[in-house]
Ligand binder design. Structure first.
Ligand SMILES: Cc1cc2nc3c(=O)[nH]c(=O)nc-3n(C[C@H](O)[C@H](O)[C@H](O)COP(=O)(O)OP(=O)(O)OC[C@H]3O[C@@H](n4cnc5c(N)ncnc54)[C@H](O)[C@@H]3O)c2cc1C
Length: 321
């Protein structure tokens, strides 16, 4: 294992999801030294119950898919550090990265594949019930709700996937959604609509959380079956996410109006030497999926190959076979 602290990497890849590992795989095949930083190996997808839309893998758990990405990157020589990067400075042509373990790393270029953060309901006591009934990850916590009653908030794929998985374990699952119809993939909507133990409550918002030691009931914005309350053991919040922009702000990167990192065709950002890929960017028509994140990571690595080889001209592009 090289002494990562004393070397200057060709690329430091911040984030540990599909965008990051795809970038690492391509970078290693271009013989560019690289290191991936992340506290959650595999990123967000490692928490997904099932992935059925990644080409070539018809039905795989998010965790297994993420581990495949990691193993492939590792076999090709990409390094991995289980840490978060808390700061990045550009000093002349070299970037200095500081990790939460107070270590310093140096790199010629950066790829940010830092994904997004889950939205919260922002209700009073939401944090108090975290781990005591409130969860943001059905894959991680579903097993605690065997034969219990749970509520999923949201109407997108994440919500329908979570509800579908929970329905296999819990006795009863409510989906509470503020809209008038589910907005995810029709395939997932059909799955939940066919389940006998899933009940969908539309045009309703959760406005309160109650319970002594743990969550016992939620308050609704309007009465359902004659009551403003639903007794529940668990509440799974699946209402989307916001970009993770701390590092982008520290680097002074240009953001779009929704605060995603603005990137060019080659995934380069407004700061020379910094690229961004995956859910944190404005690219891929804002279609935030594993396949688009992996694609953006590969484009960034390809552009950096040209940038380093041709003296900082990222328009140089090549293909590998
Ligand atoms: C429940 C659920 C189900 C999904 N199902 C599917 C599906 O079936 N198919 C599909 O294609 N997509 C699915 N998605 C979307 C998919 O997970 C994302 O599009 C994809 O993971 C984006 O990859 P990424 O590499 O851009 O970011 P992420 O996977 O979010 O990875 C970014 C990682 O970077 C880390 N990070 C952030 N800041 C730092 C830092 N400063 N230092 C170090 N690390 C940092 C984060 O902790 C995170 O682990 C699903 C999402 C959810 C929530």
């Amino acid at each position: 294992m090289p002494d990562s602290l004393n070397k200057i990497y060709d690329i430091a890849i911040v984030g540990s999801g599909p965008a990051a590992f795809s970038a690492s795989i391509y970078a290693s095949r271009y013989k560019l030294s690289n290191i991936v930083f992340g506290n959650l190996l595999g990123g967000t997808i490692s928490e997904a119950h099932k992935v059925c839309n990644y080409p070539g893998v018809s039905d795989v758990s998010g965790y297994d898919l993420a581990m495949n990405f990691y193993n492939q990157a590792n076999e090709l020589g990409g390094e991995y550090s289980t840490s978060r990067i808390t700061d990045i400075h550009k000093e002349k042509d070299i970037f200095r990265l500081i990790s939460d373990t107070q270590k310093e790393y140096f790199a010629k270029t950066i790829i940010l594949g830092i994904g997004t953060n889950r939205n919260k309901l922002n209700l009073k006591d939401e944090d108090k019930y975290l781990g005591k009934g409130v969860s943001y990850c059905a894959t991680c916590d579903a097993m605690f709700y065997k034969d219990k009653i749970v509520v999923v908030v949201g109407g997108s794929n994440a919500a329908t996937m979570a509800a579908s998985m929970l329905s296999e374990i819990a006795k009863k699952v409510y989906i509470i959604y503020r809209g008038t119809e589910l907005k995810g993939e029709p395939m997932w909507n059909e799955v939940v609509e066919k389940k006998n133990n899933i009940e969908i409550i539309f045009t309703t918002i959760v406005i309160g959380l109650e319970g002594e030691e743990k969550l016992e009931r939620i308050k609704l914005s309007r009465a359902y079956n004659g009551s403003e309350y639903i007794d529940t053991d668990g509440l799974f919040v699946e209402i989307g996410s916001v970009p993770n922009i701390d590092l982008a702000n520290k680097l002074g990167l240009e953001l779009d109006s929704h605060k995603y990192i603005k990137v060019n065709e080659d995934q380069s950002t407004s700061l020379d030497g910094v690229w961004a890929a995956g859910d944190c960017t404005s690219a891929s028509n804002r279609f935030r999926q594993v396949v688009t994140a992996a694609s953006e990571g590969s484009i960034a690595a390809n552009a950096i190959f040209g940038y380093l080889r041709k003296g900082h001209d990222s328009s140089y592009s090549t293909e590998i076979y």
